[in-house]
Design a protein. Structure first.
Lengths: 197, 197, 197, 197
DNA sequence: CATGAATGAGTATTCATTCAT
DNA sequence: CATGAATGAATACTCATTCAT
């Protein structure tokens, strides 16, 4: 078994390297601003090799988008112990979001930049909705319990994602240190924004 | 009155039409996603004409960015009656931001998308800083008076811009109605997030 | 009458200025290397004005070529006192050529560069032949009289034009001073090259 | 032997074909008169392929210029047996020049046309100087030995190059047959032009 | 007559994609 | 499987020419 795992095909290795290289480039310059040969070069493979792993440039962005969004969803939407008070659920979600954001700032920026790209296919879009649905349902539950004020769930999502993305972006430009302390301070502020009383 | 209207140079008219067309295209697809001939077609002029008004495609985005950022700065940073309480100043700023955002949603999305573009020149970047400086100084004043909690000014800016941009984006995708009511509700939430007590 | 002449239309003045500007530009960069707006700018007129005086860019080069070639032919092929010895006729021709070349180096370079241009029309080409014919007939006469050796007339033309053009070009690049002394020295050398004995 | 031939890379073959096609086009129409797609078509490759072998159109002309000038220099400036009389050295140089010119008339016309192009880089220009230096040093030596008259070396170069270029040009237009006989006749004429006595 | 804004075909160059090795 | 040379459509930009003022 161990041996099996060690055998991880070198092919997959290249796929990973390509996605990694693509992330680094797409994140700052966007889909149209990056040339396929450039991705190949950064990944250390030949141009033709890109097309062994991805049918088109479109397929590559979509694969990347899906991969990142899936990681994000998995990290943030992991099951939560039932019966937890709303405040704690909120904290859990926020801490998961910011932990992911601090560990994968490029992923956050990539997703924020490509959210509305015309090249995203239905499957990629579906993953965005999964997240939105979960977030909205948390808000609705909190409201039902009287812990969260009478706010449009979408507005709360906009606020939370905007805050996380904002912290990531400003941290990248050096005007802010996005550490645990900043995350906690923002959590406090956000909770005040939405909490009842 | 008639004479006044006749004085509007047709030349300026085309420049305006080009900027308008460029905004509509750049806003959704980004700088590299839009071809110059497309802008010309949308503006109803020939390709060559674009280059009569803007030296390069770069110059065109920068002109657009500057124009929008300037309008935004003018609208939001208009002088404020001295002696106003922090809560009222905050309200004024937020209402100006959201009024502008609701009247110029494409401008907001364009600015949010192109904030970090490599094609922005120094003058364009300078306008961004003007706004950031003003926002941070408001937060610092509020803190000094004890009205705003001990938060990093940059974090407050990230929160407010993120909220406004988020509302604009979600409104575009139809999941939210960005009207005066939504604006007021968000103002309330944001003030709770940063206010002392 | 004097007054009539003084009335030389300002229109002709512009035509002259355009030809002059065109010469300065075509001479170094060739037909395709020069843009019409550039010629207009150098002549101090609007682009559209160029087309009042010349139907096309082609027509402009041809007019220029003809004008220069005609001046050259007029200067060099002026009637020669009958009965002059071959050596003196040769001297006369050579001195006329080099005087023209020294006074109009740009004209020489322009003609040398554009001799074979595809844009030259039949009339322009005809002027070249006029010159070649005259030159060849001089050589034939000299040979008949026994003053010039048994050389192909075309070869003599090639030699003389090559020498004059070469002096003009090298003078332009600064490696040579093309003055009366250089002209005389070259005359001596050329005569030795072709003279009998 | 067969194996030797098989070793010729097809890549070099295309580079050679491009240079060959470029020579045929530039020679008559000049740098600005030829479009890159035309070169590609004549070489039998796609437009994009041109840029695999040459970074820009500029780089292509320079490569061509260098290649031709180098061939010319190699052919003409090959080492000469020491102790040879000036007359024989002169003959050797002239015969090398005309042999090259008769075998590569397009190269001669190309070099004559592009000598002063603004697109030539320093390395290309350097090759021109190499030739000029060698030619001038031959003249100076001849003068020192008393075999060549007191002439400016540059003037001699102008005369010889002008003669060779003239023969090539007139031969192209059909008014002259540039064969060994013509070459010999011109050699005789040129030697008379510069020899002492 | 003179102007210069407007045009769109044409230019050099890039880049997603294919395919023979 | 991997390669990178080859392709040609597409891009940013230029320029000869026209025409309303």
């Amino acid at each position: 078994m161990q041996t099996e795992k060690a055998k991880t095909k070198p092919a997959d290795d290249k796929r990973e390297k390509l996605l990694e290289a693509a992330l680094g480039l797409f994140e700052t310059r966007g889909y149209d601003g990056v040339a396929v040969p450039e991705i190949a070069a950064k990944a250390g493979v030949a141009v033709g090799t890109v097309y062994r792993y991805f049918e088109t440039k479109d397929a590559l962005v979509n694969a990347l988008y899906r991969s990142l969004k899936q990681s994000y969803n998995t990290a943030v939407l992991a099951p939560i112990e039932p019966g937890l008070p709303t405040r704690e659920i909120f904290s859990l979600y926020w801490q998961r979001m910011t932990l992911f954001a601090r560990e994968n700032p490029r992923a956050i920026r990539f997703m924020d930049l490509h959210h509305h790209g015309a090249y995203l296919d239905d499957e990629s879009r579906a993953l965005s909705k999964t997240y939105a649905k979960a977030a909205e349902s948390f808000v609705r539950d909190g409201r039902r319990r009287g812990d969260i004020r009478d706010l449009d769930p979408v507005m709360v999502v906009a606020l939370m994602w905007g805050a996380a993305a904002g912290l990531t972006k400003f941290s990248a430009s050096g005007s802010l240190k996005f550490d645990a302390h900043a995350s906690d301070a923002m959590e406090d502020a956000l909770w005040r924004a939405i909490a009842n009383d």
